[in-house]
Write a protein that binds this ligand. Sequence first.
Ligand code: IPE
Ligand code: IPE
Ligand code: MG
Length: 232
Amino acid sequence: MNKPCHVGLIMDGNGRWASNQNLNRNEGHKAGAKICMDIIHEAINLDIKVLSLFAFSTENWLRPDDEVLSIMSILNSYLESEILAFLKRGVHFRVIGDRSKLSTKTRFLMSNAEKLSIKNKGLKLVLAVNYGGQDDILRSIKKLAEKNCDFKNIQFDDLQENLDTTDLPTVDLMIRTSGEQRLSNFMIWQAAYAEYYFTQTQWPDFTVEEFSQAINTFGQRERRFGKIDNKS
Ligand code: IPE
Ligand code: IPE
Ligand code: MG
């Protein structure tokens, strides 16, 4: 069966999941982080090459301070423990997004996990924090300007090679939980020809079974990339 090489995950619905149970939204983020670990395990089992997780967008700073703090603290605790455990299973970890707005502690934990896994050959686990697709493109252009790019003759590859995802394949399958059918600024360049799987399931209720069902539906899609069929 045709399997996606790069799967993107927009893990939405933590807040609504919590509110439906009269819990604080932060409890939803905690529950969401837990299920995330199960999905990473399943991605390894299914031999997915790249899994990109949207954890915090450039727009999520607009949320109340206590929610932002809570998300960052959950992130730190996973970077300190669970993520490191995955590295022992050969996971190659990396973070995308603008780190300059993150705390020194978060930045340290991120680069530590990245360094420890640099030689790993297993699942590429990409964590998007303070990530926005528009910001990714803008930063790519700024990097090109710093390299004195000849903008009049700029090529597709120049821009692509300066994105955060420079060495990663484009997204094959994008999964979004919780009913919304939008990208919310996630990998807008990289997902140009992605297939989409939308589900009403709120992220903390997402299961490994539904994840593998999403992977299976990908096998039934006919991708054309603008051509008449996928053979020409
Ligand atoms: C996704 O869940 C997590 C982040 C955006 C950090 P939400 O917090 O957006 O949950 P809803 O969409 O409000 O239910
Ligand atoms: C997208 O969810 C961001 C993450 C999952 C990290 P949002 O909840 O922020 O998106 P909108 O606001 O509903 O578009
Ligand atoms: Mg949301």
